[in-house]
Unconditional design. Structure first.
Length: 342
């Protein structure tokens, strides 16, 4: 037994920074710093970061990691043939609602999830919600699943960030409600378009940051919210800090990282109770029905304009975010891997 753990860094080299990419980047940097004798990071050439990299992940990666006792795959996918895999399962969205994903990708992703549950030495998940889903939907033994909640970097996301320079650069002239997420159907961003007229009448614009991915199905974009597209990582904290409120009207989340990032920046959060969002946000958010644009508008106005509500949410959000850091996530992952090695 070598005690060596190889870490699949394919998602870390992608230029975009969605949730899966963020987790992979944090783990591939923090785990070797935490325990350098245990972890070795393996990455393909940049041209294999996306679809072409599936073959690398299934064939080349296990060969390159042949001297490792475990292979940590932080991005929902792992080599089908291996039985030494530790796979980070962010969510089971492809199983919860297959229509959220395109045909070929959806079939492939569902196959990978089922194979991971059947063969992995250990699954790591961001919430108890996802652990319960792995047990209920894929019959994975609970003792083979560890929970490691996601986090924020307090050096990047914190109160007191100067937002005015970014607002001027992006021509955000009025107070705004912000949403951050990939333009896919489960994010339910169309609800913001439907709520936007009522919010505009009350002086609040609606702004959505995030790109799209061709293999995931999204809502048709209607007039209402302003789409910024992909926002650079260096600008994200200021975008949160400048918002009057943050809204994530998702139909399903395995964790809901943008909510915690907004809380860390002192922005009140409005979301739904679907998936793991209530587990993640606790009492630090207002919850709405994901099918009710009027309820979303009312909650955003309350969070933005009602002083008592805003003060309560900001204080609770700071407390919530303070307990969720990437260092804590890395320690939880390392602890689970240490138990698997033992």
């Amino acid at each position: 037994m070598t005690g060596l753990v190889a870490v699949d860094a394919r998602a870390a080299i992608r230029p975009e920074a969605g949730g899966v990419e963020r987790v992979t980047r944090e783990l591939t940097s923090r785990l070797p710093a935490l325990r350098p004798e245990r972890y070795r990071v393996l990455a393909p050439p940049p041209r294999l970061a996306h679809r072409a990299g599936h073959l690398w992940e299934q064939i080349a990666l296990p060969v390159r990691a042949r001297d490792a006792e475990l292979l940590l795959c932080p991005a929902n996918a792992s080599p089908i043939a291996g039985r030494r895999n530790v796979v980070f399962v962010h969510d089971l969205a492809a199983l919860v609602e297959p229509d959220w994903y395109g045909g070929a990708y959806g079939r492939w992703h569902r196959r990978l999830l089922r194979a991971a549950a059947r063969r992995a030495r250990l699954a790591i998940v961001p919430s108890e919600t996802v652990r319960d889903e792995l047990v209920d939907r894929l019959a994975m033994p609970r003792e083979r699943i560890a929970v490691a909640p996601l986090g924020v970097d307090p050096a990047q996301f914190h109160g007191g960030i100067a937002a005015d320079p970014l607002r001027r650069r992006l021509a955000l002239e009025r107070p705004y409600v912000l949403a951050v997420g990939t333009a896919i159907a489960r994010k339910n961003l169309g609800l913001l378009d439907r709520a936007a007229p009522a919010l505009a009448d009350a002086g609040l614009d609606v702004v959505v940051a995030g790109g799209d991915r061709g293999y995931m199905r999204g809502d048709a974009v209607a007039a209402g919210a302003r789409r910024l597209g992909h926002v650079a990582e260096r600008d994200l904290a200021a975008l949160y800090a400048g918002a009057a409120a943050f809204a994530l009207p998702s139909l399903y989340e395995g964790f809901g990282l943008p909510c915690i990032e907004a809380m860390a920046c002192g922005t009140p959060v409005v979301t739904t109770d679907r998936g793991a969002l209530a587990e993640t946000c606790g009492d630090a958010a207002l919850y709405v029905d994901p099918g009710d644009p009027d309820a979303l508008a009312r909650a955003c106005l309350l969070a933005a304009h009602d002083a008592a509500t805003r003060e309560r949410l900001v204080a609770a959000g700071h407390r919530r975010a303070a307990g969720l850091t990437w260092d804590r996530t890395a320690r939880a992952v390392d602890g689970a891997i240490g138990s698997a090695l033992a």
